[in-house]
Design a protein around this ligand. Structure first.
Ligand code: SDX
Length: 432
């Protein structure tokens, strides 16, 4: 295996080192490319660029593999415990029983919002997008927990992580309650993580929501499957903001904004819109496939395709199986699951999708499971964010503790005017 690449520009040759991780693609180290050649590399969506060395998550897109700290995700299915996986991602190993109960106790301690934060909901429009509220309130935590604006040791990191991971549920549930004109239900310190979130979402005064074990397991698993995914768009955003030494609350709030996009976490809402349109008779699965292939049509088959997975997204496979299991356990049916299966069958047998290696991704079935749990569509991407938060914290921490990390500041290929003159207003025309 070669340990260097030779780059020839004109009659000049330079050697660039090749670095290898424990798994995955080897990388050509171009950190000295400009010094050595006077050239920069061009890779606008960073599809061919490693922006860091990371030990958190490994994705093999060709083989459909996803591992958290080396553990394949299907090993979390049996007894899904989202808090345990959050700890694993952030602290690098599975917690002991004592560590897990201590971290769970910290989450309980931090489940309430400061009353000043809660009162801000009164001024929110009832139809405010929950993702807008989520990013605003996560950033707002910096106002009420200023002692955690600086995170520089394990203790303060754990304190900040506990506040974020615990309060994100309360923030999300309060956004939903506000939108429904319902009284806020405070967190119950006797409930486990997911049960408490569903309690805050669905309990009514004097009518406690009791979560079934099947639903609690399904939500734990759904959050686990969303917990991290190496250097995706929102994680890259968190790292970029964090690279300027911005605080953890601001960095995660920025991650929420990136995740909101329909090409990223917002796709789970787009998938549900698509399935509902088909179910309502406004569209057929065949028309969906045809529109998705039509380059003159902006329509995409949401929930399909992935920058890294050129095989079935392992999360989609688990979510599809979980939908079927939970439906059987709850003795419910959802015609949207049949429609999703039909769309998948049509796409996976269509040359357009086969040639481009487009498969279902994490967003294709997640909405159907959330809907079965009773989560409304406008909260789907918020649930993605709740799941992804530990991953963002873990990646932010890894970057903060990397002594070689520097502020993210890419170069560009400039295509603007070479030089222009300032034209006084009196001499300006539309053409100048
Ligand atoms: C997530 O990166 C992550 O890890 C993200 C994520 C995570 O956990 O963080 O996995 C979560 O964001 C999953 C993706 C959710 N987004 C969607 O489902 C939106 C629909 N998918 C596409 O928009 C697209 O597949 C992306 C955005 C997911 C990936 O975009 P790429 O890598 O830039 O791929 P591309 O647009 O260059 O597509 C390559 C070809 C193009 O056709 P040609 O130009 O070669 O003719 O495939 C086509 C695309 O037009 N294509 C699709 C398609 N996805 C790709 N055509 C129709 N429908 C689609 N869904």
């Amino acid at each position: 295996m070669s340990d260097k690449a030779i780059l020839k520009i004109g009659d000049k040759e330079v050697e660039l080192p090749i670095i290898r991780g424990t798994l995955g693609d080897p990388a050509i180290d171009i950190t000295r490319l400009r010094d050595l050649t006077g050239h920069v590399a061009y890779d606008p969506s960073l599809a061919n660029t490693a922006i860091c060395k990371s030990a958190i998550t490994f994705v093999d897109g060709e083989r459909g593999i996803l591992r958290y700290r080396g553990i394949p995700i299907d090993q979390f299915i049996e007894k899904p415990n989202f808090v345990e996986v959050a700890w694993l991602l952030i602290f690098g190993r599975l917690p002991t029983k004592e560590e897990l109960s201590r971290f769970s106790a910290k989450l309980t301690e931090n489940e309430l919002l400061h009353e000043g934060l809660r009162l801000q909901y009164q001024h929110m429009p009832v139809d405010a997008p929950p993702m807008a509220i989520l990013s605003a309130m996560l950033n707002n935590l910096a106002c009420f927990h200023q002692q955690l604006l600086w995170v520089g040791d394990e203790e303060s990191l754990e304190a900040a992580a506990a506040r974020l991971i615990s309060k994100v549920r309360t923030i999300a549930a309060f956004a939903y309650r506000r939108s429904q004109g319902l009284p806020f239900i405070y967190p119950d310190p006797h409930l486990r993580y997911c049960a408490n979130f569903l309690h805050m979402m669905f309990s009514l005064p004097y009518k406690q929501y009791i979560v079934s074990p099947e639903v609690e397991d399904a939500l734990n698993l759904l959050f686990i499957l969303h917990a991290d995914h190496e250097q995706n768009c929102s994680t890259m955003t968190v790292r970029t903001v964090g690279s300027a030494r911005a605080n953890l609350f601001a960095s995660c709030a920025a991650g929420v904004c990136a995740l909101w996009g329909p090409l990223h976490g917002g796709a789970n809402v787009e998938v549900m819109d698509m399935l509902e349109r088909i179910h309502a008779g406004g569209l057929t699965p065949e028309e969906c496939i045809r529109m998705a292939k039509d380059k003159t049509n902006p329509f995409r088959l949401y929930g399909f395709g992935h920058r890294i997975y050129k095989n079935y997204d392992p999360r989609a496979r688990i979510l599809k199986d979980t939908c079927e299991k939970v439906f059987a356990q709850l003795k419910v049916q959802d015609p949207l699951l049949d429609i999703a299966r039909k769309l998948e069958e049509l796409a996976l047998s269509d040359p357009y999708f086969i040639e481009r290696r487009l498969y279902p991704n994490v967003d294709f079935y997640s909405g159907i499971l959330l809907r079965a749990i009773g989560i409304p569509k406008n909260m789907f991407t918020v649930c993605f964010a709740i799941g992804r938060l530990p991953g963002w914290i873990a990646q932010w921490r890894e970057q903060h503790e990397d002594p070689t990390s520097r502020i993210v500041r890419p170069r560009q290929v400039y295509i603007g005017p070479v030089e222009a003159k300032y034209v006084p207003m009196s001499e300006r025309t539309a053409a100048t």
